[in-house]
Design a protein around this ligand. Structure first.
Ligand code: FES
Length: 111
């Protein structure tokens, strides 16, 4: 497979279960991948509080809850829920190509 310029391989789409978070290490950064139907979301994979692996947290109604101290982050935009004053999770563009999930190369977050 030829990877399009400006992109890098993150995971095979078939390795992602619908609605189940998985994290991958890309360019020394933990990235959380979440498949929803034919779409894949990519967010910062470590909690901005004390760096817990968010992929080990619970997903409830469009939010992911950190497994350590239960801060919640909205999956659609990374915003932290009420009760915490943490920065939003970084979000990354994704692209599906020949059954593979691609992330930007270099790994620059969406603004
Ligand atoms: S490490 Fe995530 S809320 Fe503390």
């Amino acid at each position: 497979m030829q990877v399009p310029a400006g992109w890098q391989v993150a995971a095979r789409l078939e390795a992602l279960e619908d609605g189940v978070a998985k994290d991958v290490l890309i360019a020394r950064q933990l990235v959380l991948l979440l498949r929803e139907g034919g779409e894949v979301l990519a967010l910062q994979g470590s909690c901005p509080h004390q760096f817990a692996r968010l992929a080990q947290g619970q997903i409830v109604k469009g939010w992911i809850e950190c497994p350590h101290h239960r801060a919640r982050f909205r999956l659609s935009d990374g915003v932290c829920g009420s009760g915490w004053k943490l920065p939003p999770l970084k979000r990354y563009a994704t692209k599906l190509h020949e059954g593979v999930v691609l992330l930007p190369d270099p790994l620059v977050p969406l603004s």
